[in-house]
Design a protein around this ligand. Structure first.
Ligand code: HEM
Length: 224
């Protein structure tokens, strides 16, 4: 019995740490993507994307990123299945008796984010890395770059793509609101002063990241 318990705690911890790592990735990813709407050309975005795609340190971190996404999803799926099997009637135990709206729908929002991620990777990442015919080249100061920025601008000129992104990004936002503070609880942080602060930071982070990402397809569709 204690084996099953410690096994689960270990998995939850990995899930929490990977989740926080992905939160950090989102900030960097958002920062680079915002260059698309705050700049009148795609040059800054293309140069940043080029750096992220070619710098050896960033490339090594990309392996960690995909590993992190894989482990986060795998362990979340295992834990969810275990919970369902152990508690088929669906009552909740644990230290957060007050089940918030966001925690109740973690699995649903996770599925939305996972589907989004697959579509998103096929939309941009796979085209950038493996299907070069989809991405034109552009030359700045005598150096050749992939014009990924123009690919993104073209995608977000299509109404249904923008709608799908906005819905998926709202799902991501709901997922982050509970996930952020839940990760700290999993790591053992349960404190009368710090826990409310972490919840507030998590809330601000989630709303800012979500609105920041949503602004990109919406701004491109209406203003670019
Ligand atoms: C709505 C705004 C977004 C835009 C314009 C955008 C754009 C892009 C582009 C152009 C790439 C390919 C980069 C390259 O291969 O050099 C990419 C990759 C990626 N995106 Fe996004 N993305 C957005 C939102 C998101 C969100 C919300 C997530 C996570 C939930 C995400 C996760 C990823 C991942 C994991 C990769 C592959 C790793 C990487 O290339 O950095 N993206 N994105």
């Amino acid at each position: 019995m204690s084996n099953v318990f410690t096994f689960s705690i270990g998995k939850k911890l990995v899930m929490a740490l990977m989740g926080l790592f992905l939160c950090a990735f989102l900030v960097v990813h958002l920062g680079i993507n915002l260059a698309l709407i705050f700049s009148s050309t795609t040059e800054a975005f293309n140069k940043a994307a080029h750096f992220m795609g070619t710098n050896p340190v960033v490339k090594a971190m990309e392996i960690g990123l995909f590993g992190g996404i894989f482990l986060h999803i795998l362990y979340a799926a295992i834990l969810t299945l275990k919970n369902w099997i152990a508690r088929p009637v669906g009552y909740k135990i644990g230290n957060n008796q007050q089940t918030s709206f966001f925690s109740k729908y973690m699995v649903h929002t996770a599925v939305i984010v996972a589907i989004f991620l697959v579509l998103h990777l096929f939309d941009f990442y796979v085209k950038a890395k493996f299907q070069h015919g989809f991405v034109n080249d552009v030359v700045y100061d005598g150096k050749t770059y992939h014009d990924l920025g123009t690919l993104v601008l073209e995608r977000f000129k299509i109404g249904w793509v923008v709608v799908v992104y906005v819905i998926a990004l709202l799902g991501l936002g709901f997922h982050l609101i509970h996930g952020f503070q839940s990760a700290f609880q999993t790591m053992g942080l349960n404190h009368p002063v710090y826990t409310p602060i972490i919840k507030a930071v998590g809330y601000i982070y989630s709303v800012a990241v979500t609105l920041g990402f949503i602004a990109i397809p919406v701004a491109v569709y209406f203003f670019k």
